[in-house]
Design a protein around this ligand. Structure first.
Ligand SMILES: Cc1ncc(C[n+]2csc(CCOP(=O)(O)OP(=O)(O)O)c2C)c(N)n1
Ligand code: SF4
Length: 281
């Protein structure tokens, strides 16, 4: 009989919801493992956590994880997460999204959540396509890449997710890959600890759709590519723009202190209610 893993019963809905739907070699489970280890290392109580998703392969995570969970609509994870955080600011709210979920249909929500600096941690699993629906292109599909909806090669540039959300005002922005899993555990932990809007973009293989369409080999080959084609922020700082061209930069890409939205909202309510109390009868 297989050994029971330490987290199996503590964090997974092991008996109710498994087996999971992910393809062999998919990286989403590795990201889910990182989220579990980061939360476990912080010693947070499961009942304080609200994990929210939209729809997609990545967005299956709340089905399998035994926190307070919301599995909502494609592109709307942050709309629900914002409502939850405003209604109960004491909850630690985490939104997990695919790149389509977060940046195509949900692009409006994520830019404004970052601008407001609301205290939500967003984990974006970027597999460069719409995994669940058969590999259509997404806003992170790179130039020239082949997908179900760009069969002759993509003619739009992909978003730099981290640059976008850093410019929009997020307090913490980091990039990880599922190959560098220990590093990813640490980055997700830092994001969870940071007050304000925090983001970790986790690059992850979709061997079934994106990998096959672009002849990238199996999941192992796709992971080796992440190993060979990425550098840490520290190393990147010593490289020339020519040397950095085409490289993935991993690590913390932005961190800042800024007022947080639910604090500002509470202060506003107190101010307005205080004024109302002062009005002479
Ligand atoms: C409003 C709406 N539009 C479209 C869909 C169909 N749909 C479901 S998942 C998905 C894309 C999933 O891709 P992504 O968000 O990148 O996540 P992944 O599956 O790659 O993890 C789409 C278009 C839907 N469910 N609801
Ligand atoms: S389709 Fe792609 S993203 Fe979805 S489970 Fe399979 S490998 Fe993972």
């Amino acid at each position: 009989m297989a050994a029971i893993l330490p987290y199996e019963y503590k964090y997974l809905r092991a008996k109710k919801k498994f087996p999971h739907v992910w393809c062999p070699g998919c990286g989403i489970g590795i990201v889910m493992g990182s989220i579990i280890r980061a939360i476990d290392s912080l010693g947070w109580n499961k009942n304080e956590i609200m994990l929210v998703s939209g729809i997609g392969c990545t967005s299956r995570m709340p089905v399998y994880l035994d926190f307070n969970t919301l599995h909502t609509m494609h592109g709307r994870a942050l709309a629900f997460a914002t409502g939850v955080k405003l209604a109960n600011p004491g909850l630690k709210v985490i939104a997990v999204m695919g790149d389509g979920d977060a940046l195509a249909i949900g692009g409006n929500h994520i830019i404004h959540a970052a601008r407001r600096n609301i205290d939500i941690t967003s984990i974006i699993v970027n597999n460069f396509n719409y995994g669940m629906t058969g590999g259509q292109h997404s806003p992170t599909t790179p130039m020239n890449a082949v997908t179900a909806t760009s069969p002759h090669g993509m003619i739009e540039p992909g978003f730099d997710t981290c640059a976008l959300l850093s410019a929009a005002g997020a307090s913490f922005v980091a990039r990880a890959t599922v190959y560098h899993v220990v590093e990813m555990d640490g980055l997700i932990r830092q994001a969870l600890e940071k007050k304000g809007f925090s983001v970790v973009e986790a690059l992850s293989p979709c061997p079934t759709n994106y990998g096959r369409a672009n002849r990238l080999g199996d999941a192992v080959k796709m992971m080796e590519e992440m190993r060979d084609n990425s550098v840490t922020v520290t190393k990147a700082a010593k490289m020339t723009p020519e040397e950095l061209s085409g490289k993935i930069v991993r690590g913390v890409l932005a961190e800042r202190e800024a007022p947080e939205y639910t604090d500002l909202y509470r202060d506003l309510c107190e101010r307005v209610q205080g004024k109302a109390a002062e009005v002479p009868k």
